[in-house]
Design a protein around this ligand. Structure first.
Ligand SMILES: Cc1ncc(COP(=O)(O)O)c(C=O)c1O
Length: 410
């Protein structure tokens, strides 16, 4: 392969065939949508689909209660409110995550406190938690990033030691398990997303899981305009909103859930295959395995790029070369979350005046998160993991080809 021209330089790509497309759907989704359409019951206040999916997903993940909402973002927002987070409370979150983990805290008038990640796992660094705690810390939000469970032994221990609430951002964690227990069932709440790119999708949507009946009631009230169970229709008890999922979304999600296990197993097999292969390649490294992760949801396959081995070829250029070879991939987040304009410029809408002095991030530098964004993280999307064994070998071939011809790119 040594003298084969790189695709980015006009050569033939390793792959011309596409990887599986997403979303995957069939007559089950079509029938589900028609069922709702024809029933005339399009909202959860009349129909049964949302309630059915809430129970099915809660059971699937191993929780007592499920409260469906409009998105993963609103799931986080409602959960923080339901545990009683108030203005100026501090909430610990990893700096390598989607923006919603942080903005859900701000829209509750509370302060996100960014914690570095561990580069072996790309999840919150539990050894960094102690230095982030203050008398105002009320909660911790571990993110099961990419579908890989965070270290829940240490998160739970830390939360117990400091009397903190745990809200798990399991937006990417459907089916993932830590020591055999479903993520999203460890904390006060676990929050999942069903947005378009997600492994179970209805275009948009989310769910909150909990094992605590009182918390479930509070979350359901905040989700439904502050109403309470059994209350009269126009009686509103809490500062809620309308975050109700539609019957159409729930019907599609039930169909998606019915074929989920099979897809999960396929992604797992392919992740294991990539883990085994990538550890023998020059200049790339899989994340470190952990026997306590009994199931990885496989939302993103992350590997660590090492520019030193590629004669200092930048991550950006490596990713462009890999894409040109026909491998769908990206460099993921290009900025640590605290460097996003919203936080640097403190553009907090109605909360700007209130939070300006406390939610200030101009002086933070978290080295692992910086390294992940600028130098290291390469992401392969979940749809790629639904390919065949030979499809995975193409990823390996493409990386090898770029390595062998790296001098062409410098
Ligand atoms: C880690 C994480 N948290 C929260 C969210 C928010 O979910 P949604 O897009 O459904 O609002 C996402 C979705 O991208 C996510 O990946």
């Amino acid at each position: 392969m040594t003298n084969v021209k790189l695709a980015i330089k006009g050569g033939d790509p390793v792959r011309k065939r596409p990887y599986p497309e997403w979303p995957i759907w069939n007559d089950a989704e079509r029938d589900a949508l028609n069922r709702v359409l024809e029933s005339g019951k399009w909202g959860s206040l009349n129909g049964k689909e949302v309630n059915h999916f809430e129970n099915a997903f809660a059971k699937y993940q191993g929780a007592e209660f499920g409260i469906a909402v409009t998105s993963g973002s609103t799931a986080l927002e409602v959960s923080l409110r339901a545990v009683g987070i108030e203005a100026f409370d501090e909430v610990l979150i990893p700096a390598y995550t989607f923006v919603a983990t942080a903005t859900a805290v701000l829209v509750n008038a509370a302060i996100p406190v960014f914690v570095d990640i561990d580069l072996e796992t790309y999840n919150i660094s539990t050894s960094s938690l102690e230095q982030a705690i203050t008398p105002n810390t009320r909660a911790i939000m571990p993110v099961h990033f990419a579908g890989r469970p965070a270290n829940m032994d240490e998160v739970e221990q830390f939360a117990r030691d400091h009397g903190l609430h745990i809200i798990e951002d399991a937006a990417q964690g459907w089916g993932a398990q830590w020591r055999g227990q479903g993520v999203g069932t460890f904390g006060d709440f676990g929050c999942f997303s069903f947005q378009s790119s997600k492994n179970i999708s209805s275009g948009e949507g989310g769910i909150i899981l909990t094992n605590d009946e009182e918390l479930a009631r509070m979350a359901a009230s905040y989700m439904n305009c502050g109403r309470v169970e059994g209350g009269i229709w126009y009686a509103h008890y809490h500062l809620g909103n309308n975050y109700r999922m539609t019957e159409f979304q729930a019907a599609v999600l039930s169909s998606q859930l019915s074929r989920y296990d099979e897809q999960l197993q396929q992604r797992q097999r392919n992740m294991e295959l990539l883990d085994r292969a990538l550890q023998h390649l020059n200049g790339v490294q899989p994340l470190t395995p952990d026997a306590r992760i009994t199931r990885h949801a496989g939302h993103i396959y992350i590997f660590r790029y090492q520019a030193e081995a590629f004669d200092m070829l930048s991550k950006e250029d490596f990713v462009s070369a890999l894409q040109a070879e026909g491998i769908p991939c990206s460099g993921g987040y290009s900025l640590p979350l605290y460097k996003q304009p919203v936080f640097q410029n403190q553009s907090y809408g109605p909360f700007t005046k209130l939070l300006k002095d406390k939610a200030a991030y101009q002086d933070i530098f978290l080295p692992n998160t910086e390294k992940a964004c600028k130098e290291e993280a390469v992401w392969l999307p979940q749809r790629l993991l639904l390919g065949t064994e030979n499809d995975m070998q193409d990823v390996v071939r493409a990386i090898e080809k770029i390595y062998e011809n790296r001098h062409e790119l410098i």
